[in-house]
Design a protein around this ligand. Structure first.
Ligand SMILES: [Zn+2]
Length: 445
């Protein structure tokens, strides 16, 4: 039997559908949602799945993950990274290009797509790094790249995008290729100079004195001044209100979007000091005042997207005394939804905007077709969430190869219990149900 031909009825559920949460059933056929209606009005199906009265939302979309693989497969690979996604309720992820080798040519993009096609269990799309030949951006766009990532902290590959002239050329090429520019905003040239001035090991204090909110602001400002009108710019993991205000003003004349991560909404610099390098990420978590302002910005709708910046490393790479040498990054796919649902329970965020920031908004920003909403005709990428489940985060049980987290031991309320990709149940109460290669490669609209 062709599994895609199987029809399924999901029943006994509350769905986030047409902007409301209502009791209904969902009929899935051929991997798509065929009907959403009162249970008694659904057509018969080959299989019926009781959703236990739980909340059913569109499969989560994470536009910022590092699935690693290739030379970094000891940190994560396309199977373990997408298993972590499925466990966390994510059905589509966009992978970052800072791999070994980087995704900086049409050939390398094609190789990564082929490898992911064999291993992934959720849908995977790709961002690319600036290619040596700027004209290759158009080729990579045609072949399915979602954006070009500009990592302004350190060059990725051999293109020095931190220099304004180089940045200008590549941003212009993005515009020609009708491709969004995705920006890690930190003024890398200044940060590098400040850290190099120190003759001894970089302490956390010195690290934070270099990686300031001001460095984020300066970098974002330089991008906005360089990108012409018509360039679509997406800012990754914004951490400070000054950068947010700048982005808010620029929205009036440019196509701009920005994202925030769960760790910047939940941790402050004191917790980084207490937890140590496992909580180290760039840009770093900020003083409490900035964290509070980010939560308010989410409530006001000034932030488009919630993204995890899932950035797994081996434990040994996360240890050490010199903060400029410790690998920065947090594995976030398996903790994101429980953490933000807990913020919702505490009244710090509202449920509907949070769901949209994890589903329809990233689909809109990056042009991911037929996903991010529950509606007839959309792909049956669906996540079932037990919003009342209390549990403790156990990093040792992660599907990710990175079995450490600054949130290890935290108590959460709310957990994804079933994940469907194209109508196939890929995660059932923490158990992986899919085989490697069942995920699809995503290409932009
Ligand atoms: Zn990242």
């Amino acid at each position: 039997v062709n599994r895609l031909e199987t029809s399924i009825n999901l029943f006994n559920l509350k769905a986030f559908y047409a902007g409301r949460i209502s009791s209904c059933g969902i009929h899935i056929e051929g991997g798509r949602i065929a009907r959403i209606a009162k249970e008694t009005n659904l057509p018969p199906a080959d299989r019926r799945i009781d959703c236990g009265g739980h909340l059913v939302i569109p499969g989560l979309i994470d536009c910022h993950v590092h699935l690693r693989d290739l030379g970094f497969s000891y940190k994560e690979d396309f199977y373990t990274g997408t298993a972590a996604a499925a466990a966390g309720g994510f059905t589509s992820v966009l992978d970052m290009p800072n791999t070994s080798p980087p995704t900086d040519s049409p050939q390398r993009l094609a190789e990564k797509m082929a490898l992911a096609q064999r291993k992934a269990i959720v849908n995977v799309g790709f961002h690319v790094a600036p290619p040596s030949d700027p004209a290759d951006l158009s080729r990579m766009r045609l072949n399915g790249a979602f954006s070009c990532k500009f990592y302004l902290l350190k060059p990725m590959g051999n293109v020095e995008v931190r220099h304004p002239d180089v940045l200008r050329d590549y941003l212009r090429e993005c515009r020609r290729a009708k491709m969004p520019a995705t920006i890690h905003a930190e003024d890398g040239l200044v940060i590098e100079r400040q850290l190099a001035a120190s003759s001894s090991a970089i302490t956390l204090k010195r690290f934070l004195q270099a990686h300031t909110p001001e460095a984020e602001y300066r970098s974002a400002k330089a991008v906005l001044e360089t990108a012409g009108v018509g360039t679509k710019v997406h800012f990754c993991h914004i951490t400070s209100c000054k950068a947010l205000e700048l982005i808010g003003r620029a929205r009036r004349k440019m196509r701009i979007s920005c994202e925030v991560t769960p760790h910047h909404l939940l941790l402050n610099d004191r917790e980084l000091e207490r937890i140590g390098p496992v909580a180290l990420t760039v840009p770093p978590v900020r003083p409490e005042m900035e964290r509070q302002r980010l939560l308010v910005a989410c409530q006001r709708g000034s932030i488009d997207v919630l993204a995890t910046d899932h950035a797994p490393h081996s434990l040994s790479e996360k240890l050490g005394e010199d903060y400029s040498k410790i690998a920065a990054g947090i594995a976030g796919l398996e903790t994101a939804l429980p953490l933000v649902l807990t913020l919702v329970k505490k009244g710090r965020l509202r449920l509907k905007p949070v769901i949209e920031m994890l589903t329809s908004k990233p689909a809109q920003v990056f042009g991911i077709r037929n996903k991010g909403v529950l509606r007839p005709g959309a792909d049956a990428d669906i996540t079932v969430v037990d919003t009342r489940r209390r549990f403790k985060i156990r990093a040792s049980e992660f599907k990710s190869k990175a079995k450490h987290s600054p949130f290890d031991g935290w108590s959460c309320i709310g957990r994804p219990i079933m994940t469907f990709v194209a109508g196939r149940l890929v995660m059932d109460h923490g158990e992986m149900m899919a085989n490697p290669g069942e995920g699809a490669i995503l290409r932009p609209k």
